[in-house]
Write a protein that binds this ligand. Structure first.
Ligand code: SF4
Ligand code: SF4
Length: 469
Protein backbone atom coordinates (compact mmCIF):
# COMPACT_ATOMS: atom_id res chain seq x y z
CA UNK A 1 0.00 0.00 0.00
CA UNK A 2 1.27 3.47 -0.79
CA UNK A 3 1.19 5.80 2.17
CA UNK A 4 1.90 9.46 2.77
CA UNK A 5 5.26 8.58 4.33
CA UNK A 6 6.53 6.76 1.27
CA UNK A 7 4.67 8.58 -1.49
CA UNK A 8 7.61 10.75 -2.60
CA UNK A 9 6.90 12.06 -6.09
CA UNK A 10 8.78 15.41 -6.28
CA UNK A 11 12.23 15.45 -7.89
CA UNK A 12 13.90 16.58 -4.63
CA UNK A 13 16.44 14.14 -3.20
CA UNK A 14 15.17 14.92 0.30
CA UNK A 15 18.51 16.17 1.58
CA UNK A 16 17.13 19.21 3.44
CA UNK A 17 14.77 19.33 6.40
CA UNK A 18 11.36 20.96 6.05
CA UNK A 19 11.52 21.49 2.26
CA UNK A 20 11.11 19.27 -0.82
CA UNK A 21 11.17 15.56 -0.02
CA UNK A 22 13.20 16.17 3.14
CA UNK A 23 11.86 15.13 6.50
CA UNK A 24 9.66 17.54 8.38
CA UNK A 25 10.57 18.53 11.92
CA UNK A 26 7.89 20.58 13.64
CA UNK A 27 8.68 22.42 16.88
CA UNK A 28 6.00 21.85 19.49
CA UNK A 29 5.41 23.96 22.57
CA UNK A 30 4.76 21.39 25.29
CA UNK A 31 4.14 23.92 28.07
CA UNK A 32 7.49 23.19 29.72
CA UNK A 33 9.78 25.89 31.12
CA UNK A 34 12.93 24.56 29.50
CA UNK A 35 12.04 22.19 26.67
CA UNK A 36 10.29 22.20 23.32
CA UNK A 37 9.27 19.10 21.42
CA UNK A 38 10.59 18.55 17.91
CA UNK A 39 8.46 16.06 15.99
CA UNK A 40 8.57 14.43 12.58
CA UNK A 41 4.83 13.85 12.10
CA UNK A 42 5.38 11.28 9.32
CA UNK A 43 7.57 8.90 11.32
CA UNK A 44 6.48 9.74 14.90
CA UNK A 45 10.12 10.55 15.69
CA UNK A 46 10.45 13.19 18.41
CA UNK A 47 13.10 14.86 20.51
CA UNK A 48 13.05 17.22 23.46
CA UNK A 49 15.18 20.26 22.76
CA UNK A 50 16.23 22.94 25.22
CA UNK A 51 14.45 26.09 24.16
CA UNK A 52 17.65 28.08 23.71
CA UNK A 53 19.16 25.36 21.53
CA UNK A 54 16.41 24.99 18.92
CA UNK A 55 18.37 26.91 16.29
CA UNK A 56 21.41 24.74 16.89
CA UNK A 57 19.35 21.56 16.67
CA UNK A 58 17.89 22.61 13.32
CA UNK A 59 21.28 23.59 11.84
CA UNK A 60 23.46 21.03 10.06
CA UNK A 61 25.12 18.91 12.76
CA UNK A 62 25.10 15.50 14.44
CA UNK A 63 21.44 15.61 15.48
CA UNK A 64 20.05 16.15 11.97
CA UNK A 65 22.67 13.91 10.43
CA UNK A 66 21.87 10.97 12.69
CA UNK A 67 18.14 11.42 12.31
CA UNK A 68 18.43 11.58 8.52
CA UNK A 69 20.25 8.25 8.58
CA UNK A 70 17.44 6.66 10.61
CA UNK A 71 14.38 8.40 9.15
CA UNK A 72 13.65 5.93 6.34
CA UNK A 73 13.82 3.02 8.78
CA UNK A 74 11.42 4.78 11.18
CA UNK A 75 9.02 5.54 8.33
CA UNK A 76 9.07 1.91 7.18
CA UNK A 77 8.43 0.67 10.75
CA UNK A 78 5.52 3.04 11.13
CA UNK A 79 4.08 1.94 7.79
CA UNK A 80 4.31 -1.72 8.77
CA UNK A 81 2.63 -1.00 12.08
CA UNK A 82 -0.14 1.00 10.43
CA UNK A 83 -0.84 -1.10 7.37
CA UNK A 84 0.56 -4.63 7.70
CA UNK A 85 -1.24 -5.88 10.82
CA UNK A 86 -3.78 -8.70 10.74
CA UNK A 87 -6.54 -9.23 13.33
CA UNK A 88 -5.64 -11.09 16.49
CA UNK A 89 -8.66 -10.29 18.69
CA UNK A 90 -12.45 -10.36 18.49
CA UNK A 91 -15.03 -8.42 20.46
CA UNK A 92 -17.78 -11.01 20.68
CA UNK A 93 -21.32 -10.04 21.69
CA UNK A 94 -23.03 -13.24 22.93
CA UNK A 95 -26.24 -11.32 23.53
CA UNK A 96 -27.94 -8.14 22.40
CA UNK A 97 -29.67 -7.72 25.75
CA UNK A 98 -28.65 -5.64 28.72
CA UNK A 99 -30.16 -5.27 32.18
CA UNK A 100 -29.14 -1.59 32.22
CA UNK A 101 -30.11 1.46 30.20
CA UNK A 102 -26.97 3.60 30.05
CA UNK A 103 -27.38 6.98 28.39
CA UNK A 104 -24.34 6.69 26.14
CA UNK A 105 -24.58 3.07 24.98
CA UNK A 106 -23.66 2.51 21.33
CA UNK A 107 -26.44 -0.07 20.92
CA UNK A 108 -30.04 0.96 20.16
CA UNK A 109 -32.53 0.56 23.04
CA UNK A 110 -34.74 -1.87 21.13
CA UNK A 111 -31.87 -4.33 20.78
CA UNK A 112 -30.85 -4.08 24.42
CA UNK A 113 -34.41 -4.63 25.64
CA UNK A 114 -35.70 -7.30 23.27
CA UNK A 115 -32.67 -8.55 21.38
CA UNK A 116 -31.45 -12.08 21.06
CA UNK A 117 -29.17 -14.28 23.14
CA UNK A 118 -26.90 -16.27 20.87
CA UNK A 119 -27.64 -19.93 21.68
CA UNK A 120 -24.74 -21.80 23.29
CA UNK A 121 -24.34 -24.12 20.30
CA UNK A 122 -24.01 -21.09 18.01
CA UNK A 123 -21.44 -19.45 20.27
CA UNK A 124 -19.39 -22.65 20.14
CA UNK A 125 -19.64 -22.97 16.40
CA UNK A 126 -18.69 -19.28 15.99
CA UNK A 127 -15.61 -19.89 18.15
CA UNK A 128 -14.71 -22.92 16.05
CA UNK A 129 -14.84 -20.76 12.90
CA UNK A 130 -12.71 -18.10 14.59
CA UNK A 131 -10.21 -20.66 15.86
CA UNK A 132 -9.72 -22.06 12.36
CA UNK A 133 -9.40 -18.61 10.87
CA UNK A 134 -6.73 -17.55 13.36
CA UNK A 135 -4.83 -20.82 12.93
CA UNK A 136 -4.54 -19.93 9.25
CA UNK A 137 -3.48 -16.30 9.78
CA UNK A 138 -1.46 -16.00 13.00
CA UNK A 139 1.99 -17.39 13.79
CA UNK A 140 2.03 -20.85 15.40
CA UNK A 141 1.67 -20.66 19.17
CA UNK A 142 0.06 -17.21 19.18
CA UNK A 143 -3.15 -17.22 21.22
CA UNK A 144 -5.76 -14.79 19.86
CA UNK A 145 -8.05 -12.96 22.23
CA UNK A 146 -11.84 -13.21 22.55
CA UNK A 147 -13.39 -10.43 24.61
CA UNK A 148 -17.04 -11.07 25.49
CA UNK A 149 -18.53 -7.66 25.17
CA UNK A 150 -21.86 -5.92 25.36
CA UNK A 151 -24.68 -5.27 25.66
CA UNK A 152 -24.15 -7.31 28.88
CA UNK A 153 -22.37 -10.55 27.94
CA UNK A 154 -22.68 -12.19 31.36
CA UNK A 155 -26.47 -12.43 30.86
CA UNK A 156 -25.58 -15.34 28.57
CA UNK A 157 -23.51 -17.05 31.29
CA UNK A 158 -24.19 -20.58 30.12
CA UNK A 159 -22.69 -19.85 26.70
CA UNK A 160 -19.66 -18.15 28.27
CA UNK A 161 -18.99 -21.15 30.50
CA UNK A 162 -19.24 -23.54 27.57
CA UNK A 163 -16.82 -21.35 25.61
CA UNK A 164 -14.24 -21.31 28.42
CA UNK A 165 -14.56 -25.09 28.80
CA UNK A 166 -14.13 -25.96 25.15
CA UNK A 167 -11.81 -23.21 23.95
CA UNK A 168 -9.75 -22.32 27.01
CA UNK A 169 -6.63 -23.60 25.25
CA UNK A 170 -7.33 -21.86 21.96
CA UNK A 171 -8.03 -18.30 23.11
CA UNK A 172 -7.19 -15.81 25.81
CA UNK A 173 -10.62 -14.82 27.12
CA UNK A 174 -11.83 -11.52 28.53
CA UNK A 175 -15.22 -10.28 29.73
CA UNK A 176 -16.29 -6.64 29.75
CA UNK A 177 -19.22 -6.42 32.17
CA UNK A 178 -21.36 -3.76 33.82
CA UNK A 179 -20.58 -5.51 37.12
CA UNK A 180 -24.21 -5.98 38.18
CA UNK A 181 -25.06 -9.52 37.08
CA UNK A 182 -22.54 -12.02 38.39
CA UNK A 183 -22.51 -13.59 41.84
CA UNK A 184 -19.36 -14.02 43.92
CA UNK A 185 -19.25 -17.68 42.86
CA UNK A 186 -19.36 -16.72 39.19
CA UNK A 187 -16.49 -14.26 39.67
CA UNK A 188 -14.58 -17.12 41.32
CA UNK A 189 -15.09 -19.16 38.15
CA UNK A 190 -13.71 -16.35 35.98
CA UNK A 191 -10.73 -15.74 38.24
CA UNK A 192 -9.89 -19.44 38.49
CA UNK A 193 -9.72 -19.56 34.71
CA UNK A 194 -7.60 -16.41 34.45
CA UNK A 195 -10.24 -14.57 32.39
CA UNK A 196 -9.51 -10.84 32.03
CA UNK A 197 -12.35 -8.90 33.67
CA UNK A 198 -13.33 -5.31 32.97
CA UNK A 199 -16.03 -3.56 35.01
CA UNK A 200 -17.62 -0.15 34.49
CA UNK A 201 -18.05 2.51 37.14
CA UNK A 202 -18.20 6.20 36.24
CA UNK A 203 -17.90 7.88 39.62
CA UNK A 204 -17.49 7.35 43.36
CA UNK A 205 -20.82 9.12 43.96
CA UNK A 206 -23.95 6.98 43.61
CA UNK A 207 -26.21 9.82 42.46
CA UNK A 208 -23.80 10.83 39.69
CA UNK A 209 -23.37 7.25 38.50
CA UNK A 210 -27.15 6.88 38.36
CA UNK A 211 -27.49 9.85 36.01
CA UNK A 212 -25.95 7.83 33.17
CA UNK A 213 -25.79 4.16 34.27
CA UNK A 214 -29.00 2.70 35.72
CA UNK A 215 -31.58 -0.05 35.41
CA UNK A 216 -34.40 0.26 32.90
CA UNK A 217 -36.67 1.57 35.67
CA UNK A 218 -34.06 4.12 36.73
CA UNK A 219 -32.63 2.45 39.83
CA UNK A 220 -29.06 2.72 41.07
CA UNK A 221 -26.57 -0.06 40.37
CA UNK A 222 -23.78 1.58 42.35
CA UNK A 223 -23.78 -0.74 45.40
CA UNK A 224 -23.70 -3.86 43.27
CA UNK A 225 -20.75 -2.66 41.16
CA UNK A 226 -18.81 -1.62 44.26
CA UNK A 227 -19.47 -5.08 45.71
CA UNK A 228 -18.09 -6.63 42.50
CA UNK A 229 -14.99 -4.42 42.75
CA UNK A 230 -14.43 -5.61 46.32
CA UNK A 231 -14.76 -9.20 45.15
CA UNK A 232 -12.13 -8.62 42.47
CA UNK A 233 -9.72 -6.71 44.72
CA UNK A 234 -6.25 -8.15 44.23
CA UNK A 235 -7.10 -10.07 41.04
CA UNK A 236 -4.32 -9.05 38.67
CA UNK A 237 -6.28 -9.46 35.43
CA UNK A 238 -8.92 -6.87 36.21
CA UNK A 239 -9.57 -3.22 35.30
CA UNK A 240 -12.30 -0.62 35.63
CA UNK A 241 -13.59 1.68 32.90
CA UNK A 242 -14.89 5.14 33.74
CA UNK A 243 -16.66 6.76 30.80
CA UNK A 244 -16.13 10.50 31.09
CA UNK A 245 -19.14 12.68 30.27
CA UNK A 246 -20.39 16.14 31.15
CA UNK A 247 -22.14 14.52 34.11
CA UNK A 248 -19.13 13.06 35.93
CA UNK A 249 -16.03 14.92 34.72
CA UNK A 250 -16.07 17.28 37.73
CA UNK A 251 -15.53 14.24 39.96
CA UNK A 252 -12.64 12.62 38.10
CA UNK A 253 -10.05 13.32 40.81
CA UNK A 254 -12.34 11.78 43.45
CA UNK A 255 -13.01 8.85 41.09
CA UNK A 256 -9.33 7.97 40.75
CA UNK A 257 -8.99 8.31 44.52
CA UNK A 258 -11.81 5.81 44.91
CA UNK A 259 -10.34 3.38 42.38
CA UNK A 260 -6.99 3.54 44.12
CA UNK A 261 -8.57 2.96 47.56
CA UNK A 262 -10.43 0.00 46.07
CA UNK A 263 -7.18 -1.65 45.03
CA UNK A 264 -7.69 -1.10 41.29
CA UNK A 265 -4.35 -1.08 39.49
CA UNK A 266 -5.53 -0.33 35.93
CA UNK A 267 -8.41 1.87 34.88
CA UNK A 268 -9.50 3.70 31.76
CA UNK A 269 -10.85 7.22 31.78
CA UNK A 270 -12.49 7.02 28.37
CA UNK A 271 -14.02 10.14 26.87
CA UNK A 272 -17.57 9.22 25.93
CA UNK A 273 -17.75 7.86 22.37
CA UNK A 274 -20.24 10.07 20.58
CA UNK A 275 -21.52 7.51 18.10
CA UNK A 276 -25.17 7.85 19.15
CA UNK A 277 -27.29 10.85 20.10
CA UNK A 278 -27.62 9.79 23.75
CA UNK A 279 -23.86 10.10 24.12
CA UNK A 280 -23.72 13.38 22.22
CA UNK A 281 -26.29 14.84 24.62
CA UNK A 282 -23.82 14.50 27.51
CA UNK A 283 -20.62 15.23 25.59
CA UNK A 284 -18.41 17.69 27.48
CA UNK A 285 -16.57 20.49 25.68
CA UNK A 286 -12.97 19.55 24.79
CA UNK A 287 -11.38 22.15 27.04
CA UNK A 288 -13.51 21.11 30.03
CA UNK A 289 -12.91 17.37 29.82
CA UNK A 290 -9.23 18.04 29.21
CA UNK A 291 -8.86 20.14 32.39
CA UNK A 292 -10.47 17.51 34.62
CA UNK A 293 -8.71 14.64 32.87
CA UNK A 294 -5.25 16.14 33.35
CA UNK A 295 -6.06 16.89 37.01
CA UNK A 296 -7.00 13.22 37.45
CA UNK A 297 -3.68 12.19 35.89
CA UNK A 298 -1.87 14.52 38.31
CA UNK A 299 -3.73 12.82 41.14
CA UNK A 300 -2.66 9.32 40.06
CA UNK A 301 0.95 10.48 40.26
CA UNK A 302 0.41 11.93 43.76
CA UNK A 303 -1.16 8.65 44.86
CA UNK A 304 1.80 6.74 43.54
CA UNK A 305 4.28 9.02 45.33
CA UNK A 306 2.25 8.71 48.58
CA UNK A 307 1.68 4.93 48.53
CA UNK A 308 4.20 3.45 46.09
CA UNK A 309 1.22 1.76 44.41
CA UNK A 310 0.24 2.76 40.89
CA UNK A 311 -3.16 3.33 39.39
CA UNK A 312 -2.37 3.22 35.66
CA UNK A 313 -4.81 5.09 33.42
CA UNK A 314 -4.48 2.72 30.50
CA UNK A 315 -5.73 5.02 27.75
CA UNK A 316 -3.26 7.72 28.79
CA UNK A 317 -0.47 5.16 29.30
CA UNK A 318 -1.13 4.09 25.73
CA UNK A 319 -0.44 7.60 24.45
CA UNK A 320 2.72 7.79 26.54
CA UNK A 321 3.84 4.47 25.10
CA UNK A 322 2.84 5.62 21.60
CA UNK A 323 5.37 8.43 22.03
CA UNK A 324 8.14 6.36 23.62
CA UNK A 325 7.80 3.14 21.62
CA UNK A 326 5.05 3.52 18.97
CA UNK A 327 4.72 -0.16 18.21
CA UNK A 328 4.44 -1.24 21.85
CA UNK A 329 1.07 0.44 22.37
CA UNK A 330 -1.65 -1.92 23.59
CA UNK A 331 -4.85 -0.12 22.67
CA UNK A 332 -5.70 0.65 19.09
CA UNK A 333 -7.87 3.77 19.09
CA UNK A 334 -4.97 6.23 18.86
CA UNK A 335 -3.22 4.94 15.78
CA UNK A 336 -4.41 5.63 12.26
CA UNK A 337 -6.00 3.61 10.78
CA UNK A 338 -7.41 2.53 14.14
CA UNK A 339 -7.65 -1.10 15.19
CA UNK A 340 -11.25 -1.49 13.98
CA UNK A 341 -11.31 -4.15 11.25
CA UNK A 342 -7.52 -4.20 11.23
CA UNK A 343 -6.18 -5.60 14.51
CA UNK A 344 -9.58 -6.84 15.68
CA UNK A 345 -13.21 -7.01 14.61
CA UNK A 346 -16.56 -7.39 16.36
CA UNK A 347 -19.17 -10.15 16.11
CA UNK A 348 -22.80 -9.40 16.99
CA UNK A 349 -25.22 -11.81 18.65
CA UNK A 350 -26.49 -13.08 15.28
CA UNK A 351 -23.02 -13.56 13.84
CA UNK A 352 -22.85 -10.32 11.86
CA UNK A 353 -19.32 -8.95 11.65
CA UNK A 354 -18.45 -5.27 12.13
CA UNK A 355 -15.08 -3.48 12.21
CA UNK A 356 -15.60 -2.50 15.85
CA UNK A 357 -18.37 -2.77 18.47
CA UNK A 358 -18.98 0.96 18.00
CA UNK A 359 -20.49 0.13 14.60
CA UNK A 360 -22.85 -2.66 15.71
CA UNK A 361 -25.79 -0.24 15.84
CA UNK A 362 -25.00 1.06 12.33
CA UNK A 363 -26.19 -1.53 9.76
CA UNK A 364 -24.24 0.08 6.89
CA UNK A 365 -21.03 -1.17 8.54
CA UNK A 366 -22.05 -4.83 8.57
CA UNK A 367 -19.39 -6.61 6.50
CA UNK A 368 -21.09 -10.03 6.42
CA UNK A 369 -22.01 -12.93 8.66
CA UNK A 370 -19.57 -15.23 10.40
CA UNK A 371 -21.74 -18.29 9.64
CA UNK A 372 -22.27 -17.52 5.96
CA UNK A 373 -19.26 -15.58 4.71
CA UNK A 374 -15.50 -16.10 4.83
CA UNK A 375 -13.78 -13.86 7.39
CA UNK A 376 -11.00 -13.01 4.93
CA UNK A 377 -13.63 -11.78 2.46
CA UNK A 378 -15.54 -9.85 5.13
CA UNK A 379 -12.39 -7.93 6.04
CA UNK A 380 -12.15 -6.72 2.44
CA UNK A 381 -15.76 -5.55 2.05
CA UNK A 382 -16.52 -1.85 1.42
CA UNK A 383 -17.81 -1.22 4.98
CA UNK A 384 -14.56 -2.57 6.43
CA UNK A 385 -12.45 -0.69 3.90
CA UNK A 386 -14.19 2.54 4.86
CA UNK A 387 -12.84 2.09 8.40
CA UNK A 388 -9.47 0.49 7.69
CA UNK A 389 -8.84 3.03 4.91
CA UNK A 390 -9.45 6.06 7.13
CA UNK A 391 -6.06 7.72 7.49
CA UNK A 392 -4.95 10.86 9.32
CA UNK A 393 -3.33 12.05 6.10
CA UNK A 394 -6.81 12.37 4.52
CA UNK A 395 -8.39 14.34 7.37
CA UNK A 396 -8.26 18.07 8.03
CA UNK A 397 -6.62 19.37 10.21
CA UNK A 398 -4.97 16.05 11.17
CA UNK A 399 -2.90 15.97 7.97
CA UNK A 400 -1.04 19.04 9.30
CA UNK A 401 -0.95 17.99 12.94
CA UNK A 402 2.43 17.22 14.54
CA UNK A 403 0.93 14.67 16.96
CA UNK A 404 -1.17 12.76 14.43
CA UNK A 405 0.58 9.42 15.02
CA UNK A 406 0.18 9.72 18.79
CA UNK A 407 -3.50 10.64 18.54
CA UNK A 408 -4.69 8.76 15.45
CA UNK A 409 -7.72 11.04 15.05
CA UNK A 410 -10.25 8.76 16.72
CA UNK A 411 -12.88 7.69 16.19
CA UNK A 412 -14.20 6.70 12.75
CA UNK A 413 -17.58 5.79 14.22
CA UNK A 414 -17.87 9.28 15.68
CA UNK A 415 -16.52 10.90 12.52
CA UNK A 416 -19.15 9.11 10.46
CA UNK A 417 -22.13 9.32 12.79
CA UNK A 418 -21.52 12.70 14.43
CA UNK A 419 -19.47 14.75 11.99
CA UNK A 420 -20.66 13.47 8.62
CA UNK A 421 -17.92 11.31 7.09
CA UNK A 422 -14.69 9.38 7.40
CA UNK A 423 -12.66 12.40 6.29
CA UNK A 424 -13.81 14.29 9.39
CA UNK A 425 -12.34 14.28 12.90
CA UNK A 426 -14.04 12.58 15.83
CA UNK A 427 -15.06 14.22 19.08
CA UNK A 428 -12.13 15.30 21.25
CA UNK A 429 -9.23 16.78 19.26
CA UNK A 430 -8.14 19.18 21.99
CA UNK A 431 -8.05 16.44 24.62
CA UNK A 432 -5.53 14.55 22.47
CA UNK A 433 -3.44 17.66 21.86
CA UNK A 434 -3.30 18.23 25.61
CA UNK A 435 -2.52 14.61 26.47
CA UNK A 436 0.46 14.51 24.11
CA UNK A 437 1.86 17.76 25.54
CA UNK A 438 1.31 16.47 29.09
CA UNK A 439 3.09 13.20 28.21
CA UNK A 440 6.05 15.04 26.75
CA UNK A 441 6.34 17.20 29.88
CA UNK A 442 6.43 14.02 31.98
CA UNK A 443 9.18 12.60 29.80
CA UNK A 444 11.15 15.87 29.97
CA UNK A 445 11.04 15.71 33.78
CA UNK A 446 11.62 11.94 33.91
CA UNK A 447 8.30 11.44 35.73
CA UNK A 448 6.67 9.14 33.21
CA UNK A 449 7.30 5.82 34.99
CA UNK A 450 4.62 6.73 37.59
CA UNK A 451 2.07 6.44 34.75
CA UNK A 452 3.14 3.11 33.25
CA UNK A 453 3.07 -0.56 34.10
CA UNK A 454 6.35 -1.96 35.42
CA UNK A 455 6.92 -4.18 32.40
CA UNK A 456 5.63 -1.88 29.65
CA UNK A 457 8.97 -1.91 27.80
CA UNK A 458 9.83 -5.58 28.26
CA UNK A 459 9.86 -6.33 24.52
CA UNK A 460 11.09 -2.97 23.24
CA UNK A 461 14.55 -1.89 22.10
CA UNK A 462 16.07 1.58 21.86
CA UNK A 463 16.70 2.44 18.22
CA UNK A 464 17.81 6.06 18.54
CA UNK A 465 19.31 7.92 21.46
CA UNK A 466 21.16 11.20 21.25
CA UNK A 467 21.56 13.63 24.15
CA UNK A 468 22.88 16.59 22.20
CA UNK A 469 20.64 19.43 23.38
S1 SF4 B 1 -11.27 4.47 17.24
FE1 SF4 B 1 -13.48 3.94 17.37
S2 SF4 B 1 -13.82 2.45 15.70
FE2 SF4 B 1 -11.59 2.60 16.05
S3 SF4 B 1 -11.10 0.95 17.51
FE3 SF4 B 1 -11.47 2.80 18.73
S4 SF4 B 1 -13.68 2.74 19.26
FE4 SF4 B 1 -13.35 1.28 17.57
S1 SF4 C 1 -7.76 14.88 16.11
FE1 SF4 C 1 -6.64 16.77 16.64
S2 SF4 C 1 -4.86 16.11 17.85
FE2 SF4 C 1 -5.68 14.31 16.78
S3 SF4 C 1 -4.47 14.14 14.86
FE3 SF4 C 1 -6.35 15.32 14.41
S4 SF4 C 1 -5.76 17.47 14.67
FE4 SF4 C 1 -4.19 16.21 15.72
Amino acid sequence: MTTAATDRCASSRGLQFNTGNGNTLQPLDIGHNDYLGLVDPDTAFWALIQKDKLGEALSPGPFLQQYREKAAEFAAEMDRFRFAVTPSAVYFNPTERCNLNCSYCYLPETLRQDGRHMPTAEVLSALEILKRYFLSTLPAGFKPQIIFHGAEPTLNWEALLAAFDRYGDAFRFGVQSNGTVLSDDQYDVLMKRGVAIGLSLDCAVDEIVTRTRKTWDGHSIYAKVVHSMEKLRGYPNYSVICTVTGENMHQLVETVDFFHQSGVSTCMLNPVRCTRQGARDIKPADQDISRYYLAALDRTEELYRETNRRLVVANFANILIAIMAPQARRLMCDISPCGGGRSFFAVSANGDVFPCSEFIGVPAFNGGNLFHDRIGAILKTPPFKLVTGRKVEDIDPCRRCAVRHFCGSPCPAEAHQMNGGMDRTGAFCELYEDQVRYAMRLIADDRHSAFLWDDWDRDTTTTFELNAC
